[in-house]
Each structure stands twice: as structure tokens, then as C-alpha cells.
Write a protein that binds this ligand. Structure first.
Ligand SMILES: [Cu+2]
Length: 155
């Protein structure tokens, strides 16, 4: 008598668990799997010269060797100017970035290590460990003010 009642309840419980697992698997696939293989948005600007978010600066990135390597530490030169084209030497620049569709940042902690003069700044520790759409952000603090520059890369 007891087992007759217990069986359908147990079966229903198993079905419900299986459904929950299938739902969770689908959600995980949608959140990670699909995003991993999603194409980068079409309207992205991959220019190596960009104007900062608030329009205070213009900057150009010069990756060492011109092509950006994958999985290899390398350097960049960041050329920084004011909106009117005056080179900016005295600046505190921090680097940040990652892959927006993968939800991860840069595999290294790149830093601006040296002022090279004429608005050029040496960026060391750049590394991209996979192909796809990367974003590299520079936060600049100098006489003209505080502002950010965002560069899109396709590797
Ligand atoms: Cu990634």
C-alpha cells in the first residue's frame, strides 16, 4: 500500500528534476555557449585612432610590429593628443579591457610604463589569449581632464 502511493510521487519528482536540468542546460548554453560563438556587432569601429568619450583627447594605438599577435606578450605605443592636436606627455594612463561577449577581462595587467615624448606613451604587458572581439580601454588623467578611450580589436 505504501509503495503504491510512493511510486508516482517519486516518478514525478524525477521528471521534474530532469526538466529543471534541461532548462538549466539551455540557460547555460544561451548565456555562455551562444555568446562565445556570437559574432561581434556589425557597427563596431575598429579604427586605431579614436576620440575619447567626453571628447577631451584623441589617441592612436601603434601595436608593436603593426599586427596584433595572439597569445604573445607585446608592447604598444599610445599616441595621445588633446582635442585640438597638442601632444600630451604628462598624463596618468591606466589600461583595462576584455571580451564583452565572453565576460572576461584581459589575461594580463598592461601598464603605461614610460613617456616617450611627443605625446607617445609606452604600454607594456599587452596580451590577447584568443581570437574574437576585444575591447581595450585607456583612462587618461591629464591637464585637459579625465576621460576614457575605447578601442575595438578583431583578432
Ligand atoms: Cu574570450
Amino acid at each position: 500500500m505504501r509503495s503504491l502511493i510512493a511510486r508516482p510521487v517519486t516518478t514525478r519528482f524525477i521528471y521534474r528534476r530532469a526538466a529543471a536540468h534541461a532548462l538549466a542546460a539551455t540557460a547555460v548554453a544561451l548565456l555562455t555557449g551562444c555568446m562565445m560563438f556570437a559574432r561581434a556587432p556589425n557597427e563596431l569601429d575598429y579604427s586605431r585612432t579614436r576620440t575619447s568619450t567626453a571628447g577631451l583627447y584623441r589617441a592612436t594605438i601603434h601595436p608593436q610590429g603593426d599586427t596584433i599577435p595572439q597569445g604573445k606578450l607585446h608592447r604598444w605605443t599610445l599616441h595621445l593628443e588633446t582635442a585640438t592636436g597638442t601632444p600630451v606627455d604628462a598624463a596618468t594612463v591606466t589600461v583595462d579591457g576584455g571580451m564583452p561577449q565572453h565576460g572576461h577581462g584581459l589575461p594580463t595587467t598592461p601598464r603605461v610604463t614610460r613617456e616617450l615624448g611627443n605625446g607617445d606613451h609606452l604600454v607594456e604587458g599587452m596580451k590577447f589569449n584568443m581570437g574574437g572581439w576585444w575591447v581595450v580601454k585607456f583612462h587618461v588623467n591629464a591637464d585637459a581632464g579625465s576621460d576614457s578611450l575605447v578601442f575595438n580589436l578583431k583578432l
